[in-house]
Design a protein around this ligand. Structure first.
Ligand SMILES: [Zn+2]
Length: 351
């Protein structure tokens, strides 16, 4: 008993609390892309605390997704154990490769692709949603009502903590340029992949977000069918955010489709608490959606031979640290955060 008591009181010590989670991940062969994303997820407070409190609840004997969840919960628990400086994510890599064969070799991979597949596996392992059923929505209902009905329907099928934390809803509006008729659709999104401007190599994040939502003209072969004209018509398509996620992941599209080149723009993004307000991108005006940055996956170097690190904000000390595989830096100034290496930005919605 005295031993337990002493351990607890030493953890209550501020400096020990501030060191929890400052755990490197050893590179087990070009796995920096994975290490970088895991550090960002490890600093996603609600996900991280859920995994630590449920570690052991997920058997290693389940299906491939459940094995990934099991290994991830185990790894996160190790990473948040006092005095652990680095761990090797060997079993997690193995479990992930069993499900996602294209990650089974030891080649460099894209961190954003990894993140999508990884979250999808965690979601599938935790999903308690029901299958089947069709959704009928009356044309006469308002857009907001339609959005809610579609979200509820989606949520009844895809029901997990991962959806709760990361998924938002995007509204896309098609407008016929002949008759002015508009039609809207609502789709879930797991992250926003925003383009970088062609005109300048230095810009603000707002510029990228505006490029993402701005009206796009659909003409020629891309013309959609207009239900009022009963014909294919030149139309415009634009996006707004109908439902903001708790954790907003913004992916800067630095790699062209062919991946032969990388755009090394300096994108200036908000780094302070509540500094990013996504309200103006919302479907409903006057809405406010303030976010605080808490992690960044950085990619340095060129397309083929690059290197990934993570910059993460400690949940207790609120200090930023760089996680470069097994090496964790001392606290960094906020001025260190914005750089041409920033690739995936993780924001938490302010309560
Ligand atoms: Zn029309």
């Amino acid at each position: 008993m005295p031993l337990v008591k002493r351990q607890r009181s030493s953890l209550e010590n501020d400096s020990d609390q501030n060191k929890l989670g400052l755990c490197g991940l050893r590179n087990i062969g070009n796995t920096c892309f994975m290490n970088s994303v895991i550090q960002c997820l490890s600093h996603t407070s609600e996900l991280s605390s859920f995994l630590r409190s449920h570690h052991g609840s997920y058997p290693s004997s389940g299906n491939k997704d459940q094995q990934i969840l099991h290994e991830f919960a185990k790894l996160i628990s190790e990473m948040w154990t006092a005095n652990v400086r680095s761990v090797a994510p060997m079993e997690l890599k193995r479990a992930f490769s069993r499900k996602h064969r294209m990650f089974s070799d030891f080649n460099q991979q894209d961190a954003q692709e990894f993140l999508r597949f990884f979250l999808d596996s965690l979601h599938l392992a935790l999903n308690t949603g029901s299958k089947g059923g069709t959704l009928y929505i009356d044309d006469k209902v308002s857009d907001n009502k339609k959005a809610d009905l579609m979200w509820n329907w989606y949520s009844s099928h895809e029901n997990s903590l991962i959806r709760d934390l990361f998924v938002g809803q995007l509204k896309s509006t098609l407008k016929c340029s002949t008759c002015g008729n508009t039609s809207v659709t609502f789709d879930p999104f797991w992250d926003l992949s925003v383009p970088l401007p062609l005109s300048s190599t230095r810009c603000k994040l707002d510029t990228c977000l505006n490029l993402f939502i701005k009206e796009e003209v659909l003409d020629g072969n891309d013309m959609p069918n207009c239900s009022r004209c009963q014909a294919r018509r030149k139309s415009t398509k634009s996006f707004t955010i109908q439902r903001f996620p708790k954790y907003l992941v913004i992916h800067l599209k630095r790699f062209s489709g062919t991946r032969f080149s990388k755009l090394s723009h300096l994108v200036e993004f908000p780094t302070s608490a509540r500094e990013l307000d996504m309200g103006s991108y919302g479907s409903n005006s006057n809405s406010s959606a303030q976010y605080s940055l808490y992690a960044i996956s950085n990619h340095m170097g060129s397309t083929g031979g690059g290197h990934y690190v993570a910059l993460c904000k400690h949940p207790i000390s609120h200090k930023w640290h760089e996680f470069n595989d097994n090496i964790v830096s001392d606290a960094l100034p906020e001025s260190f955060l914005v750089s041409p290496s920033a690739y995936i930005l993780f924001y938490e919605r302010a309560k």
